[in-house]
Design a protein around this ligand. Structure first.
Ligand code: FES
Length: 107
């Protein structure tokens, strides 16, 4: 798992975690003391969102941009606001911060 201090404010990271019993790549996003998590799977064509493991694109507006075909996602609800899957959303993964550690909480 990852320490909150290792996740820059406004930044993204990728971790491997078990989600619903299967190992998955999970995208983390930090905003202040809050962390959000989604599966690292784009709703457009099912590709990973990062261009290299853990390397995510961020637009000037602060949106997460899929490296495959450029879909842009706002980072509160994970909704696609521009691009080929506009209106669709990333699949949220339950996450919390406990004792300074980011914990994926799917159980
Ligand atoms: S797979 Fe993400 S925009 Fe196409």
């Amino acid at each position: 798992m990852i320490a909150l201090a290792d996740l820059p404010d406004g930044g993204f990271a990728e971790v491997e975690a078990e989600v619903d019993g299967a190992p998955e790549s999970v995208l983390l996003h930090r905003e202040g003391g809050a962390v959000r998590a989604w599966l690292n799977i784009c709703p457009h064509a099912g590709r990973r969102l990062d261009w290299a493991p853990g390397q995510f694109l961020k637009s000037k507006e602060g949106h997460l941009v899929c490296a495959a075909h450029g879909a842009s996602f706002e980072t509160v609800e994970g909704v696609c606001v521009a691009g080929p899957c506009k209106g669709e959303r990333l699949r949220a993964v339950p996450v919390r911060v406990r004792d300074g550690e980011v914990v994926i909480a799917t159980a």
